[in-house]
Design a protein around this ligand. Sequence first.
Ligand SMILES: [Zn+2]
Ligand SMILES: [Zn+2]
Length: 369
Amino acid sequence: MPSQTMTAAVLNAAPGGLQIEQLPIPEPLANEVLVKVHSCGVCHTDLHVMKAEVAFPTPAVMGHEISGTVVALGPGVKGPAVGTRVVSAFVMPCGFCPACGAGRDDLCDNFFGMNRLKGTLYDGTTRLRRADGTPVAMYSMAGMAEYSVVPATDVFPLPDSLPLEESAVLGCAVFTGYGAIRNADLRGGERIAVVATGGVGMTIVQIAKAFGASQIIAVDVRDDKLEAARQLGATDVVNSTKVDAVKTVREMTGGVGVDVAFEVLGRPETFIQAYESLRDGGRMVAVGIAAGKAAAPIEITRLVRRSLRIIGSYGARTRSDMPEIVRLAAQGVFRPAEMVTRRFKLTEADEAYQLLARGEILGRAIVVP
Ligand SMILES: [Zn+2]
Ligand SMILES: [Zn+2]
């Protein structure tokens, strides 16, 4: 190991920003792998914690979308070999709970009960601590640091053809978009709307195009984001600050509405927009996490009479979907390099989140330790 300590961006209290600290380099235990982080995506889900919209223990290290190289294996772990370039998804399946046993990694009891509530791995403790022994909680694998301990169930080799740094986005933005398309059961020729075209929305546009959607309508409040969505495959764009989004989506589909609407922001008004854009028999896939217990009023009779469906979609199924996601990326179905628009140093992590909070990041930003 190059040194005994590493640089990490630490959230000391929420609401609050990130402070740079030196922490001891963590050690992997059984069923775990130590990864040297080459890149970590800057995602809204971390912001929810930093703004105290989602409860999480502090001090903590955020960052849940990483790529890097394997530097050490925990006892009994057989691979991937030290030196392998890898990517990890934000849902780290424990591998032994009933949900994992049924292949539903996206519902892993221990991921939600331990990592997301207590900031620990699956022995009930965190691998991160300060030099004085204070435990530091891990949000997923705590990727906003030079090194990260990741469960061995969540380490996937990257082929040489994929760029190491940009491929971090496969672990949350692409993972979440892929899961949304799978949960929508999208079929070729269908018409879709994507409400909010940030990192995940952009991914949905690209995968929907690859899956043969005949019309892809991007809805956002910023023209630059809409133009970027058009570059990646959106056939139509709607700026919801300039026109009535629901009315415009209906007009664009011959007065019918879309087969599938994806809601990627988690706000009541966009939730209703997506729902109201559906055609009879349509499916809405809710992907955006809302602040706290935000609720959206849905017209009950329309839901019943028009046979609509609202489907919740959180991430994807790590162990079965990540190899497929890596394979599709290697084939060029989505292009991580084009999704990454800004790079920050680890010491600039707080600034990156401030820009994200102000809506000033197009596509995805990454932090490169
Ligand atoms: Zn994320
Ligand atoms: Zn599990």
